[in-house]
Design a protein around this ligand. Structure first.
Ligand code: BDP
Length: 461
């Protein structure tokens, strides 16, 4: 049986379809590139991280003095995007006055966002420090405002200050985090997309009255697509809406039976918050609104991450593959959610104890190495569903990424010989929490390459 798997840049979009686990014994796995077509170009700010808004309650976190974190951001991307939002953004208020006393906590991550519900205050000092942090990293910012439990007046005061202080570092405001999850939480059970749009417009108009040049992104939904469609329909009425966004979690909730290492190896795990129909709805929304689309928050497993899965080499391979899969769909960026010391955070730690990077950090580096490149439609024949390939060109250099999430090695015939210089994403074992690396690796010059199990490779042709 010689099944064909569509890979990066195909009009069909998604890299692989659900298939039995292994390639056919004896079958040659072959990569073919369609030189007559080009795919999407991966923007320079494709790579992003996402943090809880509550983190701003400690103005010394996103601050020029947090040198270790600045270095970790810079080592990920010279021009990434920091999104602030998450569940805690519906508990924040803004004050122009500088804070008095010490902050309520040093760090705040997704591991605490569901349990620690005390309201926090974002101050102008936090915004000034954030600006210096962004300047030092070279990153831009997507800034979340509180629709769930805040007032439009407070959102407008915050937006005016953030607009003034963050200056060119600010890309856009997002009004609400996961408004499609407001029902039975901050709003009655009957609250729907039209109600959301009405409230969004009300906040938008109030914000624009104080920050007339502000730009907006949205709807930053969890998974209910009618909220994306209503936003895509509304967006063309506003010149200041520049981006559409939604979240993507591969699995969840943490602790449930489906949140496993095996599932994370699937192209789109059963529990994923978006499947084929969702990807199609995103493409439709992009067309309708004529706007780019970004995964503004997401990670391997919601509810803070699955121990032994979200913090292992498996999460790095998942992340590398997901970044390139979404780039091939024409999405303009991804923001991996994290902060604190939760299981899925790419960077863990605190200023007082120091920071470390988790395996997923190396997965992001793998994806980031394609930033600025133009994807090329290519087809991988004869491989199992846990092997994906993506092709992209940058400044005349053609590169092939092969991500092998299977246990055993896979031999792939390339259209031309690979150069001796390659890059490798690997670790001691799939479950390893330490030792995952992304870096240069010498390979033999050959048109048949062998990618070991649980490894991602980038070849230059
Ligand atoms: C999302 C929230 C984020 C959480 C995350 C999680 O926006 O704040 O941290 O879920 O459950 O829905 O990990």
């Amino acid at each position: 049986m010689n099944r064909r798997h569509f890979v990066a840049g195909m009009a069909a979009g998604v890299a692989v379809t659900a298939m039995p686990s292994f390639g056919q014994p004896g079958a040659t796995t072959k990569l073919e590139i369609d030189a007559t077509k080009t795919g999407p170009t991966i923007p320079r700010d494709f790579t992003g991280l996402s943090y809880e808004s509550a983190q701003l309650a400690n103005p010394e976190f996103f601050a020029p003095g947090n040198k270790e974190l600045i270095a970790l951001f810079r080592a990920l991307s010279p021009s990434g995007n920091l999104r602030l939002g998450g569940g805690s953004s519906e508990y924040t208020t803004y004050s122009d006055a500088d804070p008095v006393g010490s902050p309520p906590f040093e760090v705040f991550g997704p591991d605490t966002s569901k349990t620690v519900k005390h309201g926090t205050v974002t101050t102008a000092l936090a915004l000034r420090n954030l600006r210096e942090f962004l300047d030092a990293t070279g990153w831009s910012c997507l800034y979340g405002l509180n629709l769930g439990q805040g007032t439009k007046e407070n959102a407008a005061a915050e937006a005016a200050a953030a607009f003034r202080i963050l200056g060119p570092r600010l890309i856009a405001f997002q009004i609400a985090n996961e408004p499609d999850s407001f029902r039975n939480r901050y709003r009655p059970a009957t609250w729907g997309p039209a109600d959301y749009m009405r409230e969004w417009n009300d906040f938008h108009d109030t914000i624009v009255a104080t920050a007339p040049d502000a730009k907006f992104a949205g709807p930053d939904i969890s998974n209910k697509l009618p909220f994306l469609t209503v936003f895509a329909n509304e967006a063309p009425r506003h010149k200041d809406v520049i981006l559409m966004t939604a979240h993507y979690y591969a699995m969840g909730p943490a602790g449930s039976q489906g949140a496993t290492l095996d599932q994370l190896a699937e192209a789109v795990p059963k529990q994923a918050t978006m499947h084929e129909a969702g990807f199609a709805a995103v493409a439709q929304a992009m067309k309708l609104a004529r706007l780019p689309f970004r995964m503004s928050e997401g990670n391997s497993c919601w509810n803070g991450g699955q121990p032994g899965v979200s913090d292992t080499l498996a999460s790095a391979l998942w992340c590398a593959d997901t970044m390139l899969r979404f780039a091939a769909l024409g999405w303009c960026g991804v923001n991996l959610h994290g902060g604190g010391s939760g299981f899925y955070t790419p960077i863990a730690g605190a200023p007082s104890t120091g920071f470390s990077h988790r395996p997923e950090y190396s997965g992001i580096q793998f994806g980031q190495s394609f930033a600025g490149a133009n994807m090329r439609p290519a087809t991988l024949t004869g491989a199992g569903p846990h092997v994906t390939a993506y092709v992209a060109e940058n400044a005349g250099r053609r590169r092939v990424a092969i991500i092998n999430k299977d246990n055993g090695p896979v031999s792939v015939e390339l259209p031309t010989r690979a150069r001796a210089k390659a890059w490798k994403l690997s670790g001691p074992s799939l479950e390893s929490k330490e030792g995952t690396m992304f870096g240069e690796a010498g390979v033999a010059r050959s048109s048949v390459v062998s990618v070991p199990g649980h490894t991602g490779m980038i070849y230059e042709l």
